[in-house]
Design a protein around this ligand. Structure first.
Ligand code: GLN
Length: 409
């Protein structure tokens, strides 16, 4: 006899977890790439680890494979520190020191414009600039701000892998060279060693795929950590960060990523990738061997499959928009028409409503009052509210009026 021990809640969660588990198991069969060794300490990573975690904007978490294995965040720190500095300085002030443009070059390229401004914050030069803009008098106090911010994104107190930090601090000459070039043009506001010290430490922060999923879900959720409920950054900073992850997060493979996966992501040479479906979920993957572009080969494969299976591509859309019109009730006796709406009213939904209003008016010339019932509308966007409001105003005082009814519209 089979004894069933699962509660129905676990059965529900298991179906998502099993889906991720299959993605992880398929990825294990991919034999491609090499563990990073230009930072000597990274070469000790176990190449066979493969993990994945997904956290929804409702704060539900699903793990598969080695989702609890620890590794250093490396370049995946870049978007999160960018979001934190963006929240303090704002888009314009930050943009004066770091650009918005994909470099089309590897992560450690010398991608600076004539003024010495790095192309974007997802490559090393840009990230060194961004962490130099963190508030604080000393490198130690600036790093405290960074570590506290990354921890709030992850919803737990993160710490530094000291061995990896020491290893990069010993060998990070190219990053010091990038900082020196930016210092020479006057754009880098700190001494070279002060700037790279904070940057090397932020790259050595230890995380798991689960942490990355929570961090990604926080960006997906307009800057509010869906597990702790804490606002970590503001919606505009989260949106700008996701835009730059979308265009620059996978270095010189960002264009291909946009076509094949289609949602914002950021990779790190520690083997992690964070990916974000805005408004839906964050995903973290971990698998140390890297492809030629420095992105986790198995991580790329896992996210490509996830995007295909979960309909993740942001530019994929259903063929026809859902109709917001639940019912049209015409009362011949009173010349009144009731238009009952439901669900979410965004631009394309309200455009259907306005079109329907015109149709009713054109066909039923006797309509005196047209009542739009919003009782079952769950959400109304700014543009929808404005357009519907303008239509109502236009009929005010005339013989044929539009009225709206419903809770607080
Ligand atoms: N700390 C690494 C470096 O600066 C980060 C690079 C990466 O993850 N792509 O080289």
């Amino acid at each position: 006899m089979t004894v069933r021990t699962m509660s129905s809640a676990q059965v529900g969660a298991a179906s998502v977890r099993d889906g991720l588990g299959r993605v992880v198991e398929t990825a294990r069969t991919i034999d491609e790439g090499h563990v990073a060794d230009y930072i000597p300490e990274l070469s000790h990573a176990d190449p066979d680890l493969v993990g994945m975690s997904l956290v929804s904007v409702l704060g539900h978490r699903y793990d598969a494979g080695d989702a609890e294995a620890r590794f250093t965040i490396q370049s995946i720190s870049k978007p999160f520190v960018y979001a934190l500095v963006h929240a303090r300085l704002g888009r314009e002030a930050l943009h004066r020191r770091v650009g918005f443009e994909p470099s089309g070059e590897p992560f450690n390229a010398i991608s600076l414009d004539d003024a010495g401004r790095p192309a974007n914050p997802m490559i090393n030069a840009g990230a060194i600039m961004v962490s130099a803009l963190v508030d604080g008098a000393t490198p130690a106090s600036r790093f405290d701000v960074v570590l506290d911010g990354l921890s709030r994104f992850a919803g737990r107190a993160l710490s530094v892998d000291e061995a990896v930090h020491a290893s990069e601090a010993d060998t990070g000459h190219r990053n010091r060279a990038l900082a020196s070039l930016m210092r020479s043009t006057g754009l880098l506001p700190r001494e070279v060693d002060d700037a790279t010290d904070v940057y090397f430490r932020q790259c050595a922060v230890e995380v798991t795929a689960g942490d990355l999923a929570v961090m990604g879900a926080t960006l997906a959720n307009d800057g509010v950590n869906p597990i702790t409920g804490e606002r970590v950054t503001d919606p505009e900073s989260a949106q700008d960060t996701l835009s730059l992850m979308g265009s620059c997060g996978m270095y010189d493979r960002s264009g291909e990523w946009g076509v094949t996966v289609g949602f914002p992501a950021k990779s790190g040479v520690g083997g992690g990738i964070v990916a974000v479906k805005p408004g839906q979920f964050g995903v973290g993957t971990f698998a140390p061997p890297l492809d030629a572009a420095g992105n986790s080969a198995r991580g790329v494969a896992m996210l490509r499959r996830l995007s295909e299976e979960y309909g993740g591509h942001l530019l994929a859309h259903p063929s026809a928009p859902a109709s917001p019109i639940a019912d049209v009730v015409e009362d011949a006796g009173t010349d009144a028409v009731l238009l009952r709406l439901r669900g979410e009213l965004d631009f394309v939904a309200v455009e259907q409503v306005l079109h329907e209003i015109d149709r009713i008016e054109a066909t039923a010339s006797g309509v005196a009052v047209l009542t739009v019932d919003l009782t079952d509308v769950t959400r109304i966007t700014g543009v929808a509210r404005q357009l519907l409001g303008e239509a109502v105003d236009r009929t005010r005082g005339s013989a044929r009026q539009i009225l709206t009814i419903g809770p607080d519209r």
